[in-house]
Design a protein around this ligand. Structure first.
Ligand code: PBE
Length: 268
């Protein structure tokens, strides 16, 4: 049920992340479609958003954030997604691996590995949590890989290692993508002989970089909805290697102690 003055309680602000993120476009759309005329979407970063969330929860203050799964925040805090009856945040979202054109011919080993790579939100969550608890991303990725040889074996089986060839993986500093990209960097280097640069950029430049060949691949493409604008702009200039994770989700997220359940409850 709706609580009176929820908008006033949070100053009619939704705490967002980096402006290039697809979830920011979806949230601007939600503000329009749900008639949240006097609401503002606050730009920032993933790190600033989780800091604001942490602070609010410590004080049991109300807060509304742009959230997504997989993310460590759901194991650390008691949170809920606001229902989205208009399906502005889509359904059945997936994370895809995208590659530059020509990678298959130029780097067949890396291409085949990237094409095979797929894992679960639970597996990604183990790396994310280790990083959140203070491990360096590289160390957390290595520890996970070393403890999960069985998961990695089918990704690399029968592939011919290279001798120190360079490879560029583009990603955005979202916690989920920090985890996946660091894992792939470690496996490509330690098992397949690549020298990997993990190129941290904004979402737009990530897609542009794969499209124009400045980067070789990315495991951070959220489709079909979250990155639909980028996909529509660049789909003819890159290759989609399919989903590396299914069942992911984005939306508006609040602490469970807040007495609202739907985005519709935000309308004054
Ligand atoms: N995210 C995490 C990204 C994709 C990965 C949901 C913040 C976005 O909104 O573009």
């Amino acid at each position: 049920g709706a609580t009176a003055n929820i908008g006033d309680q949070v100053k009619h602000q939704i705490i967002g992340i980096d402006p290039g993120a697809g979830i920011m476009k979806a949230t601007a759309q939600a503000i329009q479609d749900y008639g949240l005329d006097n609401w503002t979407l606050v730009e920032g970063s993933g790190a600033a958003m989780t800091a604001a969330l942490d602070k609010a929860i410590k004080n049991e203050d109300p807060i509304i954030i742009t959230g997504w799964t997989p993310h460590w925040m759901f194991s650390k805090y008691d949170l809920k997604y606001l229902e989205d009856p208009k399906k502005v945040y889509g359904e059945a979202e997936e994370i895809h691996t995208i590659a530059r054109k020509g990678l298959k011919e130029d780097e067949p080993t890396a291409y085949e590995f990237l094409d095979r790579f797929a894992w679960t939100d639970k597996q990604m969550g183990e790396i994310m949590t280790a990083i959140q608890e203070g491990q360096e991303p590289e160390a957390a990725a290595k520890a996970w890989a070393d403890a999960n040889e069985d998961a990695i074996a089918p990704w690399i089986e029968g592939l011919k290692p290279v001798d120190g060839k360079p490879l560029k993986l583009a990603y955005v500093a979202w916690d989920s993508e920090i985890a996946s990209t660091n894992l792939l960097k470690y496996v490509l280097e330690s098992k397949l002989g690549y020298k990997v640069t993990a190129l941290q950029v904004e979402a737009g430049p990530m897609w542009t970089g794969i499209a124009n060949g400045d980067a070789d691949a990315s495991v951070a493409a959220w489709l079909p909805l979250t990155h639909a604008d980028y996909w529509n702009q660049f789909k003819d200039q890159l290759e989609d290697l399919g989903a590396n994770m299914t069942g992911v989700k984005t939306g508006l997220v609040v602490p469970s102690y807040m007495d609202i359940s739907s985005i519709e409850d935000l309308k004054d």
